[in-house]
Design a protein around this ligand. Structure first.
Ligand SMILES: *Cc1c(COP(=O)(O)O)cnc(C)c1O
Length: 390
């Protein structure tokens, strides 16, 4: 009889084929037009922090997301940091974020001088739980005329920053409704959710502002890159201003009105992403086909399940993942060891943020679902190219 990890290995190879070399967790898909785009960028000499490809990328992102403004940045972490800045987060504030997220969410808060305050996630979506958020706010929040404070720490709660985990949208409409009630702006971490929709609306359109990532392992890549998206004209103008060193417009004078950043995406990086943006529907289609192959291959296994997004949303299937029936870190690691030694790069969820030593003094609510999912979930190779196996 096969052990559970052997059954998982068999199902993975039925889904995506038997590799002769390492299958990466997520490798990029570059349409053939990419080569001409990158060459033309080099030929024009405009490779740095301005140029036509950046403008083209920003309008393509606006079109996909359905937002009014997109500001391209050097990466998703800086996009998130500036989104927090532009929504009014300042040093000494608290920002509510999920503990179950990539470290960049917490780092962006800290780079802003603010303190992350961790909230639990929902078991079906793995993103911030609206009920955990509500309970935590009822417990700690003190509302006054123009802001909400944490009664226990005395600090202002300046933003709520949910994340759409692996491309599955979180309960974002509920979260925004709760946040509105407490007059707290919502900044969406959409690093993983380009192409994901919640109740028919693209993620990143629910809060005041959102941040996307185009890192090498994301669904769409510019090598390194990110974008700030918003419908709010003043948030957009401020974000653009502070990502370009806070320089005031003038034909020759260098005048800057604040300590700001050089965070704009270089044109050469934008050139790398244009082809993918044009073929984004095809990339989403390929990802959905990979998901379907896994769903079929794992159909008969009772002890593990492929995570299916709830019916009210469309996931971009960024990382397709397995969930064990119950939390079992030894079993999780046994499966991870077998998959990784059999050429299938696979990963657990991130170690929860509240358990990292640098965050040990950060406040948090109860985190039972975070702790459980960490011991239950395995991300499988999910590259669009794996659809060719079908
Ligand atoms: C990738 C990622 C980021 C940061 O993006 P970079 O482009 O790598 O800086 C932020 N949050 C989440 C949840 C991510 O997955």
């Amino acid at each position: 009889m096969l052990s559970l990890s052997e059954k998982v290995l068999k199902a993975v190879s039925a889904a995506i084929g038997k590799p002769s070399e390492q299958v990466l967790l997520h490798s990029p898909y570059f349409p053939p037009s990419t080569y001409a785009d990158v060459k033309s960028c080099i030929d024009t000499g405009w490779v740095s922090s301005a140029g036509a490809f950046v403008t083209e990328l920003e309008s393509a992102v606006c079109e996909i997301v359905g937002c009014k403004h997109a500001i391209a940045t050097v990466n998703g972490t800086t996009a998130l940091q500036v989104a927090l800045y532009s929504s009014g987060v300042t040093a000494g504030d608290e920002v509510l974020i999920p503990s179950l997220t990539f470290v960049a969410t917490a780092n962006a808060v800290r780079h802003q001088g603010a303190i992350p305050h961790f909230v639990d996630v929902s078991p079906d979506r793995m993103g911030m739980s609206s009920s955990a958020l509500r309970e935590r706010l009822i417990e700690i929040a003190h509302k006054s005329n123009n802001n909400t404070k944490n009664r226990l720490t005395g600090r202002r709660i300046a933003a709520i920053c949910p994340m759409h985990c692996f491309g599955i949208p979180c309960e974002i409409d509920e979260i925004v409704a709760i946040a509105d009630n407490f007059k707290i702006p919502v900044v969406e971490d959409c690093a993983e959710s380009l192409g994901s929709y919640y109740k028919g609306t693209h993620t990143g359109r629910f809060g005041m502002v959102s941040a996307f990532s185009f890192n090498g392992n994301k669904i769409l890549t510019t090598g390194g890159g990110g974008a700030i998206c918003t419908d709010n004209d003043s948030v957009a103008a401020l974000s653009r201003h502070v990502t370009t060193t806070g320089k005031l417009p003038h034909q020759w004078e260098f005048e800057h009105d604040r300590v700001a950043w050089n965070y704009r995406m270089p044109n050469i990086n934008a050139a790398l992403g244009i082809g993918q943006l044009k073929e984004f529907p095809l990339i989403l289609q390929k990802k959905a086909a990979v998901f379907d192959s896994y769903a079929r291959a794992f159909n008969d296994l009772d002890e593990v399940e492929i995570r299916k997004p709830p019916r009210d949303c469309v996931s971009n299937n960024w990382l397709i993942s397995l969930i064990l029936e119950s939390p079992d870190i030894a079993l999780r690691d046994e499966i991870l060891a077998l998959l990784n030694s059999s050429h299938y790069q696979s990963r657990p969820l991130w170690k929860p943020m509240h358990s990292l030593s640098m965050n040990s003094d950060c406040p948090h609510g109860p985190l039972p679902t975070t702790e459980a999912l960490y011991k239950q979930v395995i991300a499988l190779p999910s590259s669009p190219s794996l659809s060719q196996h079908n």
